[in-house]
Design a protein around this ligand. Structure first.
Ligand code: NAD
Length: 504
């Protein structure tokens, strides 16, 4: 719920169906102009505990988990209607909180969030929560049933790059399956996620079923990942923190879903349509200023196309307009924070020291705002740190390859395995390459098209588990086998293994 304090909006946390404030507050800074645009509550370990207690009480009460799935779906669909009505406000909030451009916010950050929430509502209607299995004839005559039941209290920890979408990927399947959930927003970006909580409140979600808290990762995030009453934790963010969370979660053998970093290899095959692939390669690493985990940041070009492709890409990159994200004319906005900006700049400086060439750097606005130019590094080899480490900015590494097998080997020579791309006019050839890449997603002649109907997640150190598609609900349920004896007599062949014969 929003108040207006000192002329800027103030966001409170949502715990047990109530709006909770704190004395200590975060100042939320607009990355495009460095102005204070809002404040938010700053949650503590006590708030994490209160939110988990509310979720545990709601789970025990059982009104949500025992509600027929189609009724849960109806509440979630009401949330979707409310969010749709507030689309314009959500877009404005999103642009202010993380600097995404208004066009991208409409399509991706907010548009995907709402449509993906609808997907999970629909999934609740069709998911097989109880499936009778084959009759069991031996050793006893029995019927078997497989049930998928909610896990209980789930916690989600989300980053700043897609704060609403990545929260929907957690609360969507959690709610559809009948769980109760606590989500911690990133310190910098609580606003749109708290609007999702407001929609849930107005849609009639029972208190405690969804709780949204704020706070420091090492304090509040850590508490959620060690909390004994949290049965599952779902995290999106850096691989370093993901590793910590997996360790912390092992305390009480929590289930863990991790969606971590990436270094997406983008392979252009020699027969690709160059003009299409050039735009595709730029789109792959420039969406949201390259601050997307599944960006295409390693461009693999055959020697035969390299020079022409790079020249065409530079010509197109020069046309990208970086600036005010609220303007419909702007193609790219700012970087989230001064800290992230200097991290990206340190990689741009590192590139030439490792032997790369800065083939292109774009224009950025003067004045306040965290601006980093579109940067294309050529002469990159895969052993360089710029090719192996996630830069998380608009920086592309261009690598050459001699034959397709070498391209596949380079693509797979990475600790990450989140996303990849192949560009070719020959779909059989592209599919053949797609099969050989160790990656959770491979786009052929496209990029960033994350589809709610299909699984999303990483091979190798890019993560554990999958967030979208029908199997997302498997990750938020426990499987239970129920055996129903049909013979009504104790089967002596089996019981005699343990018990002496009954007398009489
Ligand atoms: P981060 O991993 O530090 O933070 C993500 C979330 O985890 C935040 O909500 C944070 O509060 C929380 N967190 C931090 N420490 C925690 C802990 N010890 N226990 C529990 N929760 C904790 O990400 P960042 O610092 O915002 O960004 C750093 C780098 O992470 C980026 O440069 C990028 O490489 C990567 N990143 C990846 C993604 C992604 O979508 N995969 C998103 C954001 C950042």
């Amino acid at each position: 719920m929003t108040d207006v304090v000192a002329e800027v909006p103030h966001f409170r946390m949502y715990i047990d169906g109530d709006w909770v404030d704190t004395e200590e507050r975060y100042e939320l800074i607009n990355p495009a102009n460095e102005n204070l645009w809002a404040t938010s509550a700053r949650g503590s370990v006590e708030h994490a505990d209160a939110a988990v207690a509310a979720a545990a009480a709601a789970h025990k009460r059982g009104d949500w988990r025992n509600m027929p799935p189609e009724e849960r779906a109806a509440v979630m669909s009401r949330m979707v209607e409310i969010l749709n009505e507030r689309m314009d406000d959500l877009v404005d909030l999103h642009v202010a909180e993380n600097g995404v451009t208004v066009r991208q916010a409409m399509a991706f950050h907010v548009g995907y969030s709402i449509s993906h929430l609808q997907y999970f509502a629909d999934l609740a209607r069709t998911y097989a929560f109880e499936v009778p299995g084959p009759l069991l004839g031996y050793p006893t005559m029995a019927a078997g049933v497989t049930r998928r039941e909610p896990i209980g209290v789930v916690a989600g920890i989300v980053p700043w790059n897609f704060p609403m979408l990545l929260a929907v990927w957690k609360l969507g399947p959690a709610l559809a399956a009948g769980n109760c959930i606590v989500i911690k927003a990133d310190e910098k970006t609580p606003a749109t996620l708290l609007e999702v909580a407001r929609a849930a409140h107005e849609a009639g979600l029972p208190p405690g079923v969804l709780n949204v808290i704020t706070g420091e990762g090492e304090e509040v995030g850590r508490r959620l990942s060690v909390h004994p009453d949290v049965r599952k934790i779902a995290f999106t963010g850096s691989t370093a923190v993901g590793r910590l969370i997996a360790q912390q979660a092992s305390e009480n053998i929590k289930k863990v879903t991790l969606e971590l970093g990436g270094k997406g290899p983008n392979i252009v095959l020699p027969d690709a349509d160059i003009d299409v692939a050039v735009d595709g390669a730029l789109f792959a690493f420039c969406l949201y200023q390259g601050q997307a985990c599944e960006s295409g940041t390693r461009l693999l070009l055959p020697d035969s196309l390299h020079d022409e492709f790079v020249a065409k890409m530079i010509a197109r990159a020069k046309q990208i307009k970086v600036g005010d994200p609220t303007s419909f004319d702007t193609d790219m906005g700012p970087i989230i924070s001064a800290e992230q900006k200097s991290r990206i700049e340190s990689y741009i400086e590192l590139g030439p020291k490792e032997g790369a060439t800065v083939a292109f750097q774009g224009e950025v606005p003067d004045g306040p705002g965290h601006w980093v130019p579109v940067t294309i590094l050529t002469d990159v080899t895969n052993d360089m740190r710029v090719a192996q480490e996630e830069i998380f900015g608009p920086v592309l590494c261009v690598l050459r390859y001699r034959d397709v097998q070498e391209a596949i080997d380079i693509a797979n020579d990475s600790d990450y395995g989140l996303s990849a791309g192949v560009w070719s006019e020959d779909l059989d050839a592209a599919m053949d390459v797609a099969r050989q890449i160790d990656s959770g997603t491979v786009w052929i002649n496209d990029w960033h098209m994350v589809n709610a109907l299909y699984p999303f997640g990483g091979f190798k150190q890019s993560g554990i588990g999958r967030e979208l598609g029908p199997h997302a609900l498997d990750e938020y349920t426990e499987a239970k086998f129920v055996h129903v004896d049909m013979s009504r007599t104790l089967d002596r062949r089996v019981y005699d293994l343990v018990l002496p014969a009954q007398e009489g």
